[in-house]
Write a protein that binds this ligand. Structure first.
Ligand code: HEM
Length: 403
């Protein structure tokens, strides 16, 4: 490796404040994209400006295809053959598979899921309210909620939900490369294989059943592709939502003026949710592409086969896009944020994620008017370098803090 390559700044970059982006991002936004060093050796260009990130994510010359060996890698490839999901494919292949799922994530469909989500939230809140003393909001609320919503979405029978939830929680909490995670992934993969086969044989009124009845039966989708879709929904839909719920609550507790404003007018919840999505941008490290042609981004020439890495967090804190971007302002119009990505791969579940967050925050704040942190903020542990940012545990008092 040449000397100049050794001097590249490393990525992920360190944070100094757990509720703010790495300070280096502000400097990076001032110049054109530059290369960074990833832990496994790749040296992609890092994009940090809001305008660059949006333009590049809409540019079809940047490929997300993980079968391309030039795509930058954040973690080693998983062992064994497993079918790639459409998250890591390009159009037209990506679009064909994604369009099979889009009817499942329309606003109308997501609104139909509201009563089920509300019921789950109410049950989790009742269970927490019955506990004496502090509760860990991560374990008791933010982890189980999205896991149970995915069960509802995929049509996981009630009796299997504890098994499913248990393994999802392992994937979402234990460090990314441990044997325990591999085992949990294996369990879920086997389960999804069986569940999908059952839906193909007897499609019910749920997502997997509908897609099986329409596309597998017509020979447009095979069993393995449907299993890969189910796996994608499980992984994409769970981790980010779970971490967002806990981090949103923590962030509001650390911004009492904004919390008071929200309590005074719960109608502000949808706007607050989008501002929290922007402010936290929990999908912090995993957005990669590879150039399939020479192109220019933000004044920098990027050659074909070069890797590109997007910091959604840096883009969402760009002063050129959001005034006083470092401040949480629940009244601001933050809808141009890129916390859900942008372009062809923009989050398919964004309406569902918004609804989950809105119901979770509305119900939690209404049920517990005096919720407060049960430990010093400095004692909280955050997973700084993982794909999705978040807090390991969030102990809170739900009632009045003891004197
Ligand atoms: C894609 C963020 C919740 C399903 C993405 C991407 C981001 C993202 C940034 C783009 C990845 C890329 O371009 O490489 C989030 C956040 C969420 C969330 C921050 C919660 C707060 C969900 C939920 C679901 C979901 C609840 C479904 C149950 C997907 C799918 C894709 C995706 C299927 C792939 C889309 C494609 O490749 O066309 N998400 N997501 N996400 N998300 Fe989400």
């Amino acid at each position: 490796m040449a000397d100049t390559e050794l001097q590249l700044p490393g990525f992920p970059m360190p944070r100094t404040d757990p509720l703010a982006p790495p300070p280096a991002y502000a400097l990076w936004r001032e110049g054109p994209p530059r290369r960074v060093q990833l832990p496994l050796g790749d040296q992609p260009w890092l994009l940090t400006r809001h305008a660059d990130v949006r333009a590049a994510l809409a540019d079809a010359r940047l490929s997300a295809d993980s079968r391309n060996p030039k795509l930058p890698r954040m973690v080693p490839l998983p062992p064994g053959p497993s079918r790639v999901s459409f998250l890591r494919m390009d159009d037209p292949e990506h679009g064909v598979l994604r369009r099979m799922l889009t009817p499942e994530f329309t606003l109308r469909r997501v609104n139909e899921m509201r009563p089920g989500i509300q019921q789950t939230v109410d049950r989790l809140i009742a269970e927490m309210a019955a506990v004496d003393g502090p509760v860990d909001l991560v374990e008791s609320f933010s982890l189980p909620l999205p896991a149970l919503v995915i069960c509802q979405l995929l049509g996981v029978p009630h009796a299997d939900q504890p098994f499913f939830q248990h393994n999802i929680e392992i994937i979402s909490t234990v460090s990314e490369d441990s044997a325990e995670v591999a085992e949990a992934f294996g369990q879920l993969a086997r389960y999804l294989d069986e569940l999908t086969a059952a839906k193909e044989a007897d499609p019910g009124e749920d997502l997997l059943g509908r897609v099986a009845a329409r596309y597998v039966a017509a020979g447009e989708l095979d069993h393995e592709q449907l299993v890969a879709m189910a796996r994608l929904l499980l992984v994409a839909g769970n981790d980010a939502t779970a971490n967002m719920i806990a981090m949103a609550v923590l962030t509001l507790l650390r911004h009492p003026d904004q919390l008071a404003q929200l309590r005074a007018d719960p109608g502000l919840v949808p706007s607050a949710v989008d501002e929290l999505l922007r402010f936290l941008s929990v999908s912090q490290n995993g957005m990669v592409r590879v150039a399939t042609a020479d192109l220019e981004i933000g004044g920098q020439l990027i050659a074909a086969d070069d890797g590109v890495l997007f910091s959604l967090l840096a883009a969402n804190h760009d002063e050129d896009a959001f005034e006083n971007a470092s401040e949480l302002r629940i009244l601001r119009d933050s809808r141009s944020h890129v916390a859900f990505g942008h372009g062809a791969h923009q989050c398919l579940g964004k309406s569902l994620a918004r609804v989950e967050l809105q119901i979770a925050l509305t119900s939690l704040l209404a049920a517990f008017p005096d919720i407060s942190l049960a430990v010093d903020f400095d004692r909280l542990r955050f997973h700084f370098d993982s794909f999705v940012y978040g807090v390991d545990e969030l102990p809170v008092f739900l009632g009045k803090e003891p004197a």
